[in-house]
Design a protein around this ligand. Structure first.
Ligand code: SF4
Length: 160
């Protein structure tokens, strides 16, 4: 599709991505990463290190600590078996600050991710109202809602 932003992806597609395994993931994340790796990575020296954890989802339960990435590089997942507590504990012990976005959201991903939970959309509305308005505007312009069957504003009526 050749897009450079979520907004461009959305308007080329004409609707929001589905909640389950959204295809934006390949257009916006894995395809550009793979393209970059195929072009610049040195298969003899480079490895891929990522922070997925089994605790995060049933799908990630099946991940292995080492794998062969499609680019041919070795991939490793050093915190695969860590709990959330262990991650936070290590950050604090290292004297580092938590990403402040974790004060509002359960995960840090694209701000307009369709997988956001209801309370996270509410957090977006409260803490980042200009971004919340942008999604509402996209819903109007596309004639399609990010949560099927409701506009965001209607969906949040019972908590907002
Ligand atoms: S974080 Fe959400 S919106 Fe962003 S690419 Fe992944 S699934 Fe799509």
């Amino acid at each position: 599709m050749g897009v450079r932003s979520y907004e461009e992806y959305l308007f080329k597609r004409g609707k929001f991505p589905l909640n389950q395994r959204p295809c934006c993931r390949s257009y916006l994340k894995t395809d550009p990463i793979n393209k970059w790796l195929n072009r610049y990575a040195d298969k003899d020296k480079d490895i891929i290190v990522t922070g997925e954890r089994r605790e995060e989802s049933p799908f990630r339960l099946l991940y292995t600590e080492e794998y062969q990435h499609s680019s041919g590089l070795l991939g490793i997942r050093p915190v695969l078996n860590w709990t959330t507590f262990q991650v936070i504990d290590r950050i604090i012990r290292a004297g580092l600050n938590m990403n402040p976005l974790y004060n509002c959201f359960s995960r840090v991903s694209c701000w307009c991710c369709p997988n956001k939970k209801k309370w996270e959309w509410y957090q977006l509305k409260i803490h980042f109202p200009e971004l919340f308005k942008k999604v509402c505007q996209w819903e109007e312009e596309l004639g399609h809602t990010i949560k099927y069957g409701h506009t965001l504003t209607d969906w949040l009526k019972d908590i907002a």
